[in-house]
Design a protein around this ligand. Structure first.
Ligand SMILES: *Cc1c(COP(=O)(O)O)cnc(C)c1O
Length: 392
């Protein structure tokens, strides 16, 4: 039976059910009894490290994280491993692949922090994302984040896959902003895909999680072996929460993506309106620029193929000045002023609070599953207060 992703999210782990519980039990044990029959004892040195059924010690495998990986595999369309956080997963990928050069653009500042640590240890050369292909060599890595944090801007995965592969290099895609349901980087040539599962996979702002997925079996087994020694596995409680979260992934992401596109379209229409209506005037007074994949009109020929179900639920607004960017979050009631993203609740962040590298006028908006009209009204209230202050 060929099942869709929505059904897989509910049933991909059915074979792991050892009890009659419908909701999977929470396993907290770090250690597991060996076989009762001395004849069945296989020392770990001889055991097949990839058999996740036989749990030994939870730094290797554990029931809840194995269950989470089992459900994620059909959703990500590749075998995968979970990690303690997105950055722990990225660190594990750099350690395993150990690229001589990494070609990387702007994007999540924390990823650059991980790369800096790797560079300290391994003298990795860092190249810009747009470097000529001839600067890349076999064993090098292109690290592509798409859509991009914090702007939601999308990049053409196939273009970077071709560039990497033309030189014997590898493509890693950080697809955190394009979770399953919105984007499948493997379809466009990614060799390894990373997610901060803290964001959409978790979806409730209550767990840290990182994921690496790859169809290259030797990479997966190498990563699995190294994860045991890096020790950056997910906690048992988080893994259990992750399973709970994946059940509703498709519903949440679809709603969040639709909400974000509607809000962006409304803001963009206001920005471009000559009607002189009050709403449009207030938006124009506060918002200087909006960025989101849905506004990349000239890129639609490839972008509509790469993200056929809708764009990411995060977008960025540049306020007219830093003071407005600083004030707006506190004027809203439905949007929490907080960092992170991907949860069911809408968040807005004056991005300078957590990332010193971005323009101080940037506000990052992570759209939740609320009714979009309520979110729009909340933003409008904030714009009006700021707009009138400016008028006074
Ligand atoms: C949040 C984020 C990360 C880091 O993930 P953590 O789970 O916080 O470690 C990496 N990349 C992107 C694009 C992110 O948004």
């Amino acid at each position: 039976m060929k099942l869709t992703q929505a059904t897989q999210a509910i049933h991909a782990d059915d074979d792991l059910n050892a009890t009659s519980d419908v909701a999977p039990p929470l396993h907290v044990s770090t250690t597991f009894r060996y076989a009762g029959d001395p004849e069945d004892l296989v020392p770990i040195a001889h055991a097949d490290i990839s058999t996740t059924e036989a749990h030994v010690y939870s730094r290797h495998t554990a029931p809840s994280s194995t269950r989470l990986e089992t459900i994620l595999t059909p959703l990500l369309k590749a075998p995968c491993l979970t990690y303690a956080s997105g950055l722990a997963a990225l660190h594990a990928a750099y350690v395993y692949l150990n690229p001589g050069r990494v070609s990387i653009g702007e994007g999540y500042h924390g990823s650059h922090g991980v790369l800096a640590i790797h560079q300290k240890l391994c003298a990795t050369e860092i190249l810009p994302l747009h470097c000529p292909a001839s600067n890349l060599h076999p064993g090098d890595l292109i690290h592509l984040e798409t859509p991009l944090n914090p702007t939601g801007e999308a990049y053409n995965i196939a273009e970077y896959a071709d560039k990497a592969h033309s030189r014997g290099a590898m493509l890693l895609v950080d697809s955190t902003f394009g979770p399953p349901g919105l984007q499948d980087p493997f379809e466009w040539g990614a060799d390894i895909v990373m997610h901060s599962g803290t964001k959409y996979l978790g979806g409730h702002s209550d767990m840290l999680c990182g994921v690496l997925a790859t169809n290259r079996n030797e990479w997966l087994e190498g990563l699995r072996k190294e994860r045991m020694f890096l020790g950056s596995v997910m906690g048992n409680m988080e893994s259990w929460l992750g399973v709970r979260s994946l059940r509703t992934l498709e519903l949440r992401v679809k709603r969040q993506s639709e909400n974000a596109s509607k809000l962006v379209q409304w803001l963009d229409t206001c920005k471009n309106s000559d009607s002189g209506g009050e709403e449009a005037e207030m938006v124009k007074r506060v918002v200087d620029r909006i960025q989101h994949a849905s506004l990349q009109h000239e890129d639609m020929p490839w972008l509509k193929q790469q993200m056929p179900q809708g764009f990411g639920p995060v977008f960025a607004m540049w306020a007219k000045d830093e003071s407005m960017a600083r004030q707006l979050p506190s004027l809203l009631t439905l949007f929490h002023h907080a960092t992170s993203l991907g949860g069911v609740e809408s968040l807005i962040e004056w991005r300078s609070m957590s990332d010193a590298t971005v323009d101080s006028r940037v506000l990052r908006v992570s759209v939740g599953v609320e009714d979009w009209e309520d979110l729009k009204a909340d933003l409008m209230r904030g714009f009006k207060i700021l707009g009138r202050k400016q008028e006074a």
